[in-house]
Design a protein around this ligand. Structure first.
Ligand SMILES: [Zn+2]
Length: 213
């Protein structure tokens, strides 16, 4: 899916005359990594008022989509916060539509996330980067110990606060097998809250094995 630009009238916070701007309304992160970088840098949809010179973010609705990461975020305008129930209902409809048309071949099986404002989207992406970094440390530590590495389904890992990568069990692929392998990596000195949380959940009675890719 391609990223999309829209046109709208931007309103300067200093109450100057509105002016026309082009802004990104759909960011397809795997196609346009530069736009993801711009979100993290706070530069996406940043506009300048021609009258007073002030820079500000155009507060338009935006969809952020990263297919490989299984991350779909609806970003609503800050000023619409009061209309949250109505917006969530609309999001659900839009999601069903996108899922069954534009993205049909992807067979999406994870729900969308919603936030208000670009700052909140930036926070999600920063958290994502931190978790990915920690997950890579888990993978490296596990590989050093001779474990095979398994990639968890990203939306499943994110929703459960698990690392994106975990060591594969050496013997049986039960939840307990995963818990044993992961706790060996922790005992070897790796400090990872994501992996500790994974161990805790996999050790619970009746736990199901993780959802892997
Ligand atoms: Zn202005």
């Amino acid at each position: 899916m391609k990223s999309i630009k829209n046109e709208a009238a931007a309103k300067c916070p200093n109450h100057c005359e509105p002016f026309d701007v082009e802004y990104w309304s759909l960011v397809s992160a795997d196609q346009d990594p530069d736009l993801k970088t711009a979100i993290l840098g706070g530069e996406l949809n940043l506009v300048q008022c021609p009258e007073c010179g002030t820079f500000f973010h155009h507060d338009g609705d935006l969809i952020y989509f990263d297919a490989p990461a299984e991350l779909l975020v609806f970003v609503f305008s800050e000023k619409d916060r009061r209309r949250e129930p109505e917006l969530l209902a609309r999001m659900q409809k839009d999601y069903e539509l996108i899922k069954n048309t534009l993205l049909k071949q992807l067979q999406m099986d994870y729900p969308p996330v919603s936030v208000f404002g670009l700052e909140a989207l930036k926070n999600i992406l920063q958290k994502e980067e931190t978790d990915l970094y920690e997950s890579e440390a888990v993978a490296a530590a596990a590989a050093d110990m001779g474990f095979q590495i398994v990639r968890l389904k990203p939306s499943y890992a994110r929703a459960n606060h698990f690392p994106f990568y975990v060591p594969a069990p050496k013997e049986n692929n039960s939840a307990n097998g995963y818990a044993v392998a992961a706790s060996q990596v922790l005992q070897n000195g790796l400090n990872s809250l994501l992996l500790r949380n994974f161990v805790d959940h996999m050790s619970e009675e009746g736990a199901l094995p993780p959802s892997v890719l």
